[in-house]
Ligand binder design. Structure first.
Ligand code: ATP
Ligand code: MG
Length: 421
């Protein structure tokens, strides 16, 4: 992509009313646009980051048998009344709108009910199970507090997967599988070492649910981590009884602040029964389908990565989510420099390396500042000076050292860098 063809520009200041660091950085760098508190639009670069995160999640969900689909956003009150989750007194995040004189629709904030109801069309026998469906969807929620940028939106992208199993044993097996795939996702996003699978509140069908909590000073959650046992517990469920249950001594617990980047939940027949989702087992007996649901906050992850991987000069994207791998800055419009930079750009693109080519007439200082703000992993400079020295200057975003490399060596180095796992 040539910078001259990108309509977005960077800006010196974030909107005055934006308090969160992640949104300030993302807005200044031109990744997102603030519509109102808790509501952001994704600009071309921001959309690429979100898509890269989604693709990692998609690959891991497909690997465990997930089938991707998209449910509707508009929701009929009827099916939510069946599970007693339509009333505002029961669920306080609904956005609702009038449809006709006496009718309403809701805007989907989660999708257990419509997914279970839909499955009544397709599941009737034990032969139809298990089924694992998932989607990436914009959820709408009337969140009271929305001051943390992408970490808590009123409109945000979520991955939600729903499992439909014959019984608890089949469910438990999948629950373990998806739990492992969640950890792989966080590893691939570069936050594996600061993300803990955490015991959280359960329901009628399980003592606990699990949250995936990433350590961050801006987190809203408090968790307790036991280093020796490698066990994390959400403060909400911490009690002597729970500790005894898990065989953990209170002594070794360390309090930490974290962001919930995902959660997994056992629902059993909580939704299947009221919505009429049953199957006939091998003996011909009707059984409720055993359900679970599994969320990951895509927008929240993007905000967290922006918050966590940054310095005073801007963003520092992990390689797997960066919108482009290379920021190629051409520092002069002199014909030789232009020709060399154009050729390098073409060659890198032909080799499958994504490049944001700054072919603009901005001053060198501005280009360097933008390279830092945008946070692409590698910066390459083409200038009269670099050509005289026989090539191009290469710098990692995470590093201050630069190296001068001839074209072939430069391309080799870039390829090596981008192919590391
Ligand atoms: P929280 O306790 O943070 O409100 P939640 O328990 O409401 O989260 P779920 O409804 O299970 O979360 O949603 C699944 C995932 O979606 C969460 O783990 C989180 O990563 C993300 N998420 C939830 N609410 C928001 C929001 N308002 N903005 C961005 N991401 C969110
Ligand atoms: Mg919530």
């Amino acid at each position: 992509m040539r910078r001259s063809e990108l309509f977005v520009s960077t800006r010196k200041q974030a909107p005055a009313d934006e308090e969160s660091k992640n949104a300030q950085l993302l807005i200044r760098a031109g990744y997102i646009h603030k519509e109102m508190a808790g509501v952001y639009s994704y600009l071309p670069l921001g959309m690429k980051v979100a898509e890269n995160i989604k693709q990692i999640v998609r690959e891991e969900m497909n690997a465990i048998g997930g089938e991707e689909m998209i449910l509707s956003t508009l929701q009929h009150p009827h099916i939510w009344q069946a599970t007693d989750r339509w009333d505002d007194a029961k669920v306080d995040v609904w956005f609702k709108a009038a449809l006709g004189k006496d009718s309403q629709v809701g805007f989907g904030w989660s999708h257990e009910e419509p997914m279970a109801r839909l499955m009544t069309q397709f599941i009737s026998s034990y032969k139809d199970l298990p089924v694992y469906t998932y989607q990436f969807q914009t959820k709408l929620r009337r969140e009271l507090r929305a001051k943390s940028g992408l970490l808590r939106g009123r409109e945000f992208i979520m991955k939600d997967l729903y499992s439909f199993s014959r019984d608890r044993a089949e469910h438990d097996k999948f629950y373990e599988q998806i739990s492992e795939s969640y950890m792989r996702i966080y590893q691939r996003l570069g936050i594996g070492d600061i993300t803990y699978k955490t015991f959280a509140s359960g329901g009628p069908f399980s003592k606990f649910s699990h949250e995936f909590q990433t350590l961050s000073p801006v987190g809203e959650d408090t968790i307790y981590f036991h280093e020796g046992e490698g066990v994390a517990i959400n403060k909400e469920v911490l009690s002597d009884e729970v500790l005894a249950d898990l065989g953990i001594a209170r002594d070794g617990l360390v309090e930490k602040t974290a962001v919930e980047v995902g959660n997994i939940f056992t629902f059993g027949s909580r939704y299947s029964e009221p919505l009429g989702l049953f199957y006939t087992d091998e003996k011909g007996i009707q059984q409720p389908v055993f359900m679970g649901s599994y969320g990951i906050g895509i927008s929240r992850l993007m905000g967290l990565l922006a918050e966590h991987f940054a310095d005073d000069n801007g963003l520092i994207w992990p390689r797997n989510v960066a919108p482009y791998q290379v920021y190629l800055a051409r520092l002069s419009s002199q014909p030789e420099v232009t020709k060399a930079a154009d050729q390098l750009y073409d060659q890198l693109e032909n080799d499958g390396i994504s490049v944001l080519y700054d072919d603009s007439d901005l001053r060198p200082g501005e280009k360097f500042a933008d390279a830092d703000l945008l946070g692409l992993p590698l910066r390459v400079v083409a200038s009269e000076k670099s050509l005289t020295a026989g090539g191009f200057e290469l710098k990692l975003r995470t590093n201050t050292e630069t190296s001068m490399l001839p074209k072939d060596k430069l391309i080799d180095s870039i390829k090596q860098f981008t192919s590391e796992p």
